[in-house]
Write a protein that binds this ligand. Structure first.
Ligand code: PA5
Length: 431
């Protein structure tokens, strides 16, 4: 791959006013120790890098072929899953699914909540004969995913009495869990979530790759983009590790939140994916029993410039802000055109005349970042080469690595989520 898929600038974390507030204090040795720890973790065969690499071509082809075969019969996909079993696929489908011409595009729905209105809205007009249901649950035991399965099975069975199993795909643990057993009993096409892979790190496994392939996304290029990033040891050393170290210093110095704005509406789900990845991985008690973790705050530029920006600019100085931009906006077909034009005489905005919408958006991102820097607010920016498979693969890989290296500085296990268990237990007491 020739082009840099993602480049990151951390200058805004090191501006003079930011350094006045929170000086650099981590030693070179401490940073090297964190880097070494991460590098040895990377060599461990049981982690999300290995799970990505395990998607060697035959496995990818298997997922792709199955998705294409299902596409020949089904024009709708409903994904049943929640948290890490939905957010990654939602991110991919919204960031990349638009590339297929609208008329050829399958409808993809995510049933990630037991909201009765959502369930009814999804199924009200769907033709069961044309609908494929993809049930995704690593554990195979998740309430929100399993509870609607019975009614959906009956809905399909009533319409297709001979081959209901054909309408289902199951993605779950290779061996354990009731979902695996159900798939075996009903002879449902299934894929395995590698046993060592946690939900929020599963973007490059069948969890996300099957729905993505069904939506027409090139999963080979996506995985290649991610692998390309995971192999970039220079970036890890020169940018990612110093960046994670700096966020740790800022948190120690009193910063409380990590805001992330992607400057594309099609990356809105990416912001939600980031919230889960960052919040569930890092917000916990560390090995010294201290409570840690910056609060993840999702946003979309330029939309949120008219919403949360005021708090970021003039509220308490406790937010670290990340901005994701797209360098080369893809060609789009639209009768509306690609550039700005005002129908009236309005001097204040006359400068945008003839400028492409992509350029305007990127300039808004830049101006917003500079405005925060002027106020001594720490910022960083990540620029994607384009909104394409390879760049989005690199983007997700970047945030996975960023989260895990941050976990090393904070002294937490980024792969567990003990804090969510109590609510599950209380649920049955209160039902
Ligand atoms: O990141 C995680 O591990 C969690 O958010 C899970 O993805 C989520 O709880 C769903 O779990 P499961 O895939 O077992 O249904």
């Amino acid at each position: 791959m020739q082009k840099k898929l993602i480049s990151v600038s951390i200058d805004g974390l090191l501006g003079p006013k930011v350094l006045d507030d929170v000086p650099l204090f981590l030693s070179t040795q401490a940073k090297s120790a964190a880097l070494n720890k991460f590098q040895s973790f990377k060599k461990n065969p049981q982690n999300y890098f290995s799970s990505t690499y395990r998607q060697t071509s035959p496995q990818l082809i298997q997922i792709e072929t199955a998705a294409q075969q299902k596409r020949q019969t089904f024009s709708n996909l409903v994904v049943l899953g929640i948290g890490g079993s939905a957010l990654g696929a939602q991110t991919l489908v919204s960031a990349l699914g638009w590339k297929m011409p609208k008329k050829e595009r399958p409808e993809v729905f995510f049933l990630d909540n037991l909201d009765p209105i959502l369930i009814s809205e999804i199924f009200e007009d769907l033709d069961p004969i044309k609908t494929l249901i993809c049930v995704v649950s690593k554990s195979g035991t998740t309430l929100e995913t399993l509870a609607p399965l019975g009614p959906i099975w009956n809905w399909i069975k009533n319409a297709d009495t001979t081959r209901p199993s054909n309408h289902f795909v199951v993605i779950t643990d290779p061996k354990v869990g009731p979902l695996r057993k159900w798939a075996q009993d009903e002879k449902i096409l299934s894929f395995e979530v590698p046993a060592d892979l946690g939900g929020r790190f599963s973007a490059f496994s069948p969890v996300c790759l099957f729905p993505a392939a069904f939506a027409g996304i090139n999963i080979h290029t996506l995985v290649e983009g991610a692998s390309n990033f995971f192999n970039d040891s220079q970036f890890l050393e020169e940018t990612l590790n110093p960046m994670a170290a700096r966020l740790f210093e800022l948190e120690k110095g009193g910063f409380r939140a990590h805001s992330l704005w992607a400057y594309s509406s099609f990356l809105k789900n990416f912001s939600s994916w980031f919230v889960q990845l960052w919040g569930e991985s890092l917000g916990k008690r560390n090995f010294e029993k201290n409570r840690v973790g910056l609060i993840p705050c999702p946003g979309v530029g330029a939309t949120d410039q008219h919403s949360f920006l005021q708090r970021m600019a003039e509220g308490r100085n406790d937010i670290v802000s990340g901005f994701v931009k797209i360098q080369n906006w893809p060609e789009v077909k639209s009768g509306i055109g690609n550039s700005a034009l005002l129908p009236m005489d309005f001097k204040a905005l006359s400068g945008v005349r003839g400028q492409s919408f992509g350029k305007i958006l990127n300039t808004e991102a830049l101006a917003t970042e500079i405005s925060l820097q002027e106020l001594g607010r720490p910022t960083y920016s990540a620029t994607l080469n384009s909104l394409d498979e390879a760049s989005v693969g690199a983007l997700l890989a970047f945030y996975m690595d960023f989260t895990v290296v941050s976990g090393i500085y904070l002294g937490v296990n980024p792969f567990d989520q003990p804090g969510v268990e109590r609510a599950k237990a209380l649920f049955f007491e209160h039902l």
